[in-house]
Design a binder for this molecule. Structure first.
Ligand SMILES: [Zn+2]
Length: 327
């Protein structure tokens, strides 16, 4: 697991606020109830003495300490029982002033007594991961489950090929670890490269990894903006920095080759590929370009890495987007 640190901080803060709000609401209810019903207020006052009484017993020395504490515990439980009966007699549910936590298991702390992360916290981290990955909306419609290999069945070779590509990508996602290796998804537009890479991202995020997904165009625009701001602006940028392209566990670059390329973008691409390889971090690159076109467009340093360090998966068939529309 390598959750995104900013997401972790954000989720942790949200949980702390949630926990505090539940307690504050319960306290306010308790005060209002006590003001209305003096008999309950009296029991509450007695109950609030418990920890002070325990401290007093402890300060009186170790003699029969377990027994004395046990006695206090029993009288505390009896008082709680009295309180519950009073609540019911006044027409309230017995748990009327209990904090209403969203999670019954961890009481919105996010962690269990043994220090492990509660499933509700993990779920919140996954949702934050969807958001920070940049895929957001695509995740609602694109997943391995919604990928139809049958769309490729017109031609037997494409069908066999796409079944293999699908199985390989699925296995890649299901067994993803930080050094899972790199994939180069090649093939013409409309053959499902984005759909498959989004599906991989979804599974990998759900398995607790930090994923960043964007088009080559947007990624290079970020680098250019950052360069511009560094040169011409003294102010810190509010936009997320390009650090995330280096720090995440899995970087997915969609549509490589559609950007306006120049020496700057080419050196950014090289820098990303090279830094991530040195750090043992994985990448997926989608491109419509074939080998010759890639070689023409990018430097030898880049293409030798793309062909040497990425597993190429060729998407074949006819444009499946038309089939989805019923043509
Ligand atoms: Zn929980």
């Amino acid at each position: 697991m390598a959750f995104n640190r900013d997401n972790y901080k954000k989720v942790k803060r949200a949980f702390e606020e949630k926990e505090r709000a539940a307690k504050d609401t319960a306290d306010a209810k308790k005060r209002a109830l006590g003001a209305q019903h003096p008999d309950i207020a009296a029991v509450d006052r007695e109950l609030s003495q418990t920890s002070m009484l325990i401290m007093r017993e402890i300060s009186q020395g170790p003699d029969r300490i377990a027994e004395r504490i046990d006695e206090l515990r029993r009288s505390n439980l009896a008082l709680q029982k009295v309180r519950e009966e009073l609540l019911i007699s006044h027409g309230y549910p017995a748990n009327y002033t209990d904090p209403a936590y969203e999670c019954e298991i961890c009481h919105d702390a996010g962690y269990l007594a043994d220090g492990s992360m509660c499933s509700c916290f993990k779920r919140a981290m996954v949702l934050a991961g969807y958001e920070s990955s940049g895929i957001g909306r695509l995740l609602q419609t694109q997943s391995f489950e919604s990928f139809k290999v049958e769309y490729y069945s017109d031609d037997a070779r494409s069908f066999e090929n796409m079944k293999r590509v699908f199985a390989l990508c699925r296995a890649y996602a299901d067994s993803f670890t930080a050094g899972a290796g790199n994939l180069l998804l090649c093939g013409k537009t409309g053959l499902g490269k984005t759909h498959i890479s989004t599906s991989i991202a979804k599974v990998v995020i759900e398995r607790g990894y930090d994923v960043v997904y964007d088009t080559a165009q947007n990624i290079f625009r970020d680098f250019e903006r950052e360069k511009f701001e560094r040169s011409y602006s003294s102010q810190e940028s509010a936009a997320p920095s390009t650090d995330r392209y280096f720090a995440c566990d899995l970087l997915i670059i969609d549509d490589l080759g559609t950007e306006m390329s120049n020496t700057f973008t080419v050196s950014c691409l090289y820098n990303m590929i090279n830094s991530r390889m040195i750090a043992g971090k994985s990448m997926i690159i989608n491109t419509n370009l074939n080998q010759d076109e890639l070689m023409k467009r990018y430097s030898d340093r880049i293409t030798s890495r793309l062909f040497g360090e990425f597993s190429p998966l060729l998407f074949s068939g006819v444009d499946v987007r038309q089939k989805k529309l019923g043509f």
